[in-house]
Design a protein around this ligand. Structure first.
Ligand SMILES: CC(=O)N[C@H]1[C@@H](OP(=O)(O)OP(=O)(O)OC[C@H]2O[C@@H](n3ccc(=O)[nH]c3=O)[C@H](O)[C@@H]2O)O[C@H](CO)[C@@H](O)[C@@H]1O[C@H](C)C(=O)N[C@@H](C)C(=O)N[C@@H](CCC(=O)O)C(=O)O
Ligand SMILES: Nc1ncnc2c1ncn2[C@@H]1O[C@H](COP(=O)(O)OP(=O)(O)OP(=O)(O)O)[C@@H](O)[C@H]1O
Length: 452
């Protein structure tokens, strides 16, 4: 084993070696390996230990740890994408195998496209015969564990739940100071979960591993589901908007969705899997599913409580490497989109104050905005709204005296708008619609709040 070297194309097998939680410390170990190479151990630390678990809760925790093991494996599997996948120490049923294939195929869609890999149809999880017995209800208490990501979306959810009187714990994974500051600013109880990727992953990246985007929301969701069962609470709440279900249309390839695990298909599948395989009374849903990105932006703009704390710029969230000197780098697709989406709903001085500059009056950013508009380019592989949302927002700003002379808006009105044909009016994209998994009683209380 000592002379084993990572060699991407020589690897034949990815192994889910073992996983387990130490209830005394809250430390979860997720162990993987390629062939007979060294073990790669990812560590998740859930605060609140020691956890006293009765037999039913202990079984649910075991199933939640296994689900997390299977989903978090995507970070390591992607390094070599071998054909053979083995699960050691426990077995899964056909339903779980189908769910995992769906997550790996779609969640690695951008990764496969960018690397020129044909993964669809080649990812097979071994399943045992028969179905796992249905998971029982645990009698979880009514309480929302709400994921916070430091951006506008989760803050809209947190404030909406507050307005509906829902008891919540604001929960995040990792050591981001920015997220910690936003969580602190909510004034609500918080839970910060530790996550350490196996160090070998970075070494393998340096040695030619396949690399690219992974469905990180699937992993974060499984972490929160485990934390919810350990803490005995019945709801895991994410803040994934309707627009996340739509990907980038790539000529010759079709749809590739960077945010697949933020989409409705994933939400439905995970929610159902958690109820059938972990705990019948565990709810997983996105509070913002019925809203477009523009509708979320409108909600966010209603309060200035987080203006000097939040950031949607993903450059803040690297595990390795540099972070931007300011909360908004101002040049990435998320900065472009969030500026554009907030502009119709905020005063110009307030928005420029948040970003530290006016991105719509910077002609060097033209290409970035063109991609958002799906003009001569596809929608960027990032968490940004649909092309029609960007077009509607830009068309709205082109009518506003305070915006219409800014370089990007002026060019849009002069050069792009005449070529676009019908651009939806912004109001039509603010309508609450579509499927969602929000519990009925909560939705009855929140619908009017989110629609106004
Ligand atoms: C912060 C960020 O955007 N990172 C993406 C970036 O990674 P980079 O190499 O520049 O830096 P690190 O994030 O520090 O990652 C170092 C390596 O580790 C791998 N890795 C990281 C986390 C993980 O859970 N698993 C991993 O394997 C990573 O691949 C690096 O090799 O580019 C990467 C390649 O495209 C992306 O994979 C990194 O994305 C992170 C996983 C991440 O957390 N991104 C979120 C900000 C994000 O993109 N969220 C999406 C949600 C998409 C979904 O379906 O869940 C969104 O907001 O749209
Ligand atoms: N480190 C994290 N810990 C827990 N949940 C996270 C983390 N990062 C993102 N999330 C959650 O994942 C989902 C998608 O993240 P996303 O970045 O779209 O949301 P956001 O940060 O709230 O808003 P924005 O879109 O403005 O960045 C949200 O529910 C968010 O709370």
């Amino acid at each position: 084993m000592s002379d084993w070297r990572f060699s991407r194309d020589a690897i034949g097998c990815f192994r889910f070696v073992r996983c387990g939680l130490d209830a005394a410390t809250g430390v979860v170990q997720l162990v993987y390996a390629f062939d007979d190479g060294p073990e790669m151990v990812e560590i998740i630390t859930i605060p609140g230990a020691p956890f006293a678990l009765d037999a039913a809760a202990a079984q649910a925790v075991e199933r939640a740890v296994q689900l997390l093991h299977l989903l978090a494996g995507v970070s390591y599997y992607k390094a070599a994408v071998p054909r053979d996948i083995r699960i050691e120490g426990y077995s899964i049923d056909a339903g779980t195998a189908a769910f995992l294939t769906d997550v790996y195929e779609n969640g690695l869609g951008e990764f496969a496209y960018r690397n020129g890999l044909a993964l669809r149809g080649s990812i097979r999880f071994p399943a045992a015969a028969g179905n796992a017995p249905a998971a029982p209800a645990l009698g979880l208490r009514e309480h929302a564990m709400v994921a916070i990501g430091g951006g506008k979306d989760s803050l809209v959810s947190i404030e909406s739940l507050r307005s509906a009187g829902v008891v919540q714990t604001v929960t995040w994974i990792g050591s981001s100071q920015l997220i910690a500051a936003c969580a602190d600013r909510t004034g609500l109880p918080t839970l910060n979960i530790g996550r350490q990727l196996a160090p070998q992953l970075f070494e393998y990246n340096r040695n030619g591993a396949w690399n690219g985007h992974i469905p990180v929301t699937a992993v974060n969701s499984a972490i929160l589901a485990l934390a919810a069962v350990l803490h005995g609470v019945d709801q895991v709440v994410f803040s994934n908007e309707r627009s996340a279900s739509y990907g980038s249309m790539i000529e010759g390839t079709g749809e590739v969705n960077h945010q697949w695990s933020k989409g409705w298909a994933f939400e439905k599948a995970l929610a159902s899997h958690l109820r059938s395989h972990v705990a019948a009374d565990l709810r997983y849903y996105s509070l913002l599913r019925p809203l477009s990105e523009l509708a979320v932006a409108r909600q966010f703009a209603k309060s200035d409580r987080y203006d000097q704390h939040f950031s949607s710029c993903n450059r803040n969230f690297h595990i390795m490497g540099e972070r931007p000197a300011q909360r908004w780098c101002g040049i990435c697709p998320k900065c472009h989109f969030v500026f554009l989406a907030l502009a119709p709903f905020m005063s110009k001085p307030r928005l420029v104050g948040i970003f530290g500059r006016n991105l719509l009056d910077d002609a060097t950013q033209t290409g970035g905005f063109d991609a958002l508009l799906e003009y001569r380019d596809h929608k960027p592989f990032e968490c940004v709204g649909e092309g029609q949302e960007s077009r509607a927002a830009m068309a709205f700003l082109a009518q506003r005296p305070e915006w219409r002379e800014d370089a990007i808006v002026e060019r849009f009105a002069r050069e792009i708008l005449p070529k676009l044909g019908d651009v939806p009016v912004i109001e039509s994209l603010l309508v609450i619609s579509g499927e969602h998994g929000i519990p009925d009683a909560l939705w009855a209380r929140l619908r009017a709040h989110l629609a106004a």
